[in-house]
Design a protein around this ligand. Structure first.
Ligand code: FAM
Length: 434
């Protein structure tokens, strides 16, 4: 067993006992009530899941194991001379509930590099799809092809004891994280660079190597990838991708099956696909207005037209947040530091000045402020990653960090299969009257 796995194992028995004792003592406490409306509104605000890795506060935004994004930027290890946290660090924090030191992060980088070989049939599966298939389609196909490597599935078939489920599950989760950048970069190079693939450089960190395989070797882009992979990794348990991974995993579907379920959810325009939609919408606006930096009034008119057409303004609003997303702020800070005069950045900033007031004035949108997706595309475009159909794949690679840390814990804590109840409108009407 490697040292990282041993370190995790040293935490399992205490965590199991903590949960067992807590539920034995407080299992009958009531933590909320459910209104009829919540059943029709996507279970909004209903506490229904345990997710240890991060918690979203409506006003303050996300905290990973108690740390805000600015705190992580300060505390997590960085590359020598770098300013952005290494994603290995946030994974360690989420999994171990400890801020790692440089040595622990380096060990994780090396561990993932050793696990990162993707079997050739995965590339064949991807190559069998039309080049025009959306990158998320290709990504999910690649993940499913990786499943031939599942150690959990093999162990289950061989009759593994339930107390050991987490162990092969850990292997699957770590292998998946290690291999995803190669699969994602393969899709990018296949679709947008004539299939001219770039070999991994095992000496690089996980995100730096990902940037390298995508074809972006400048250090500033690598720093962006480290920030991007860190801030997109987790957003508590109830969002569509995180919940889908957890739900499917609860049936003892292995990490590959579970993660691909989450990626199918991330590919929806109200969730992760919003990052490509933001750029599509922004470019369409710019083109319609003749190019250049539109005025506030022009943006306002375009926003009103989008709303009148019955469409959403992508990148704005959130089911839980009620203020500007700190992930948006972290990206804005990066832009202000590295590209304050970039035209797309100026447009994004101006959209930020105009949209919230208009959304608020509709009187129905609960959060008029920008979310993570309102900014990420602009940063990528600045460095030449302009193929926005690919953006959700980047989000997906990052989301593996949080969802896999959770999946390992779910199996370690022996969480059961999820099976909430459902009811019918007729039954509710019988109960509460017409
Ligand atoms: N533009 C136009 N209308 C919006 C809107 C927006 N950006 N955000 C919310 N609304 C509408 C919403 O469609 C609903 O309309 P109806 O009553 O006619 O159905 C109404 O306002 C109330 O919605 P809400 O309670 O404020 O939001 P929800 O919790 O239902 O939905 C979002 C949350 C994120 C799905 C929604 O704000 C949205 O569609 N935003 C645009 C897409 C987007 O940026 N998604 C990315 C979210 C992100 F953080 C992520 O997952 N990566």
């Amino acid at each position: 067993m490697d040292r990282i796995k041993e370190h995790f194992q040293s935490k399992v028995a205490d965590a199991q006992k903590e949960v067992r004792d807590f539920v034995a003592e407080h299992g009958d406490e009531v933590i909320g009530e459910i209104k009829v409306s919540q059943l029709y509104q996507g279970m909004r605000g209903m506490p229904a899941l345990i997710c240890e890795t991060s918690k979203l506060d409506p006003e303050e935004g996300i905290r990973f194991r108690g740390y805000s994004i600015p705190e992580l930027q300060e505390k997590l290890p960085k590359m020598p001379g770098g300013k952005e946290p290494l994603p290995e660090g946030i994974f360690h924090l989420m999994l171990m509930n400890e801020v790692p030191d440089d040595e622990q992060v380096r060990r994780l980088s090396n561990n993932w590099a050793r696990r990162s070989i993707v079997p050739p049939h995965v590339f064949k599966v991807i190559d069998s799809l039309p080049q025009s298939a959306h990158p998320m389609t290709q990504f999910v196909a690649g993940i499913m092809a990786l499943r031939t490597e599942s150690e959990f599935s093999r162990a289950y078939r061989a009759g593994i004891h339930k107390s050991e489920y987490w162990m092969p599950n850990y292997e699957d989760a770590m292998n998946l994280i290690a291999r995803l950048p190669r699969v994602a970069a393969y899709i990018y190079r296949r679709v947008y660079h004539n299939g001219e693939h770039i070999e991994p450089d095992p000496k690089l960190d996980w995100a730096g190597n990902f940037a390298h395989m995508l074809g972006f070797d400048n250090e500033e882009f690598k720093e962006l990838m480290r920030l991007y992979m860190t801030i997109h990794s987790d957003h508590e348990g109830g969002n569509v991708s995180a919940h889908a991974v957890k739900l499917v995993g609860s049936a003892l579907s292995d990490a590959y099956l579970s993660f691909s379920a989450g990626m199918n959810g991330l590919a929806g325009p109200l969730h992760g696909l919003a990052n490509q939609e933001v750029i599509r919408w922004t470019l369409a606006m710019r083109d319609e207005l003749g190019g250049g930096l539109p005025s506030k009034e022009q943006i306002a008119n375009y926003v009103r037209k989008t709303l009148a057409d019955g469409k959403v303004i992508p990148g704005f609003g959130h089911a839980v947040l009620r203020k500007t997303d700190p992930r948006y702020e972290a990206q804005r800070k990066f832009a202000l530091e590295h590209m304050p005069h970039d035209e797309m950045f100026l447009i994004v900033s101006r959209i930020y000045e105009v949209v919230p007031e208009i959304l608020s004035s509709t009187g129905k949108i609960k959060n008029p402020w920008p979310n993570v997706d309102a900014h990420s595309g602009q940063l990528l475009m600045h460095y030449g990653l302009t193929e926005y159909d690919f953006y959700t794949v980047l989000f997906g690679v990052s989301r593996a960090l949080g969802t896999m840390a959770n999946l390992i814990w779910d199996r370690a804590l022996g969480f059961p299969i999820e099976r909430p109840g459902s009811t019918t409108t007729a039954l509710l009407k019988d109960k509460f009257g017409k």
